[in-house]
Write a protein that binds this ligand. Structure first.
Ligand SMILES: C[S@@+](CC[C@H](N)C(=O)[O-])C[C@H]1O[C@@H](n2cnc3c(N)ncnc32)[C@H](O)[C@@H]1O
Length: 204
């Protein structure tokens, strides 16, 4: 599909080398803290219900996936970094029914039409290819399924270090337009100032 968008690209860290080695392990352990707010918001915004099926794209060490499992939904956590999945397996080893799979947003190891919800938390800014990832989200979603993306709000996508990992207020609009071009309807951008500044796109 040949999509185009006028605004800033939503994946300005597509060239990130990925998480591996000792640095990746430190990052994975770091992502076990402070992620609960986004996880709770994701459940609220997506309307995920017990018994529904979620694909958590770029699940990292699995804080949100674990919360979803506790809610009584089914979840497949997908991440391209094996160190993230190793930490997830270890940290949540006493929780049953968690399914961790190596894969990417651009090539999801999930059957067609399996999911009621696909979400991606703090991850789209890393996606290598947004068009392929949106086509994959469409493929694995059941008819009427929801796609939700949440990113931390940042001020400058060219800032150095972690200050650039997230979205400026313009980037969700670019992503929303790409969702529409991929056939999603009811695409809504949200801004959530409290308790930490987050931006969202919900598409159906
Ligand atoms: C900042 S972490 C967020 C982890 C988790 N979603 C959370 O909110 O705690 C970004 C994650 O995206 C993953 N990632 C990077 N590129 C990806 C891609 N193309 N497809 C899916 N996940 C990707 C990374 O391996 C990493 O685990």
């Amino acid at each position: 599909m040949n999509t185009h968008h006028a605004g800033p690209i939503p994946n300005h860290h597509a060239d990130h080398p990925g998480f591996s080695g000792f640095g990746g392990l430190l990052a994975a352990v770091g992502f076990l803290s402070g992620r609960d707010n986004a996880a709770k918001m994701a459940i609220d915004l997506s309307g995920l219900q017990p018994g529904e099926r979620l694909v958590d794209v770029g699940c990292g060490p699995g804080v949100a996936a674990r919360r979803v499992r506790a809610l009584g939904a089914e979840v497949i956590g997908v991440d391209p970094a094996s160190v993230m999945l190793r930490v997830a397996r270890l940290r949540w080893r006493s929780s049953s029914g968690l399914d961790w799979r190596l894969g990417t947003a651009e090539s999801l190891p999930v059957d067609d039409g399996w999911a009621h919800v696909v979400w991606s938390l703090a991850t789209v800014h890393h996606w290598a290819d947004i068009d392929r990832a949106l086509a994959e989200a469409r493929r694995v979603l059941a008819p009427g399924g929801r796609l939700l993306v949440i990113e931390r709000r940042i001020d400058d996508m060219n800032a150095s270090g972690t200050a650039s990992h997230g979205w400026t207020v313009e980037q969700p609009e670019s992503f929303a337009e790409l969702c529409r071009q991929h056939g999603f309807n009811n695409v809504a951008v949200g801004t959530h100032p409290e308790p930490t500044a987050l931006l969202s796109v919900l598409a159906q």
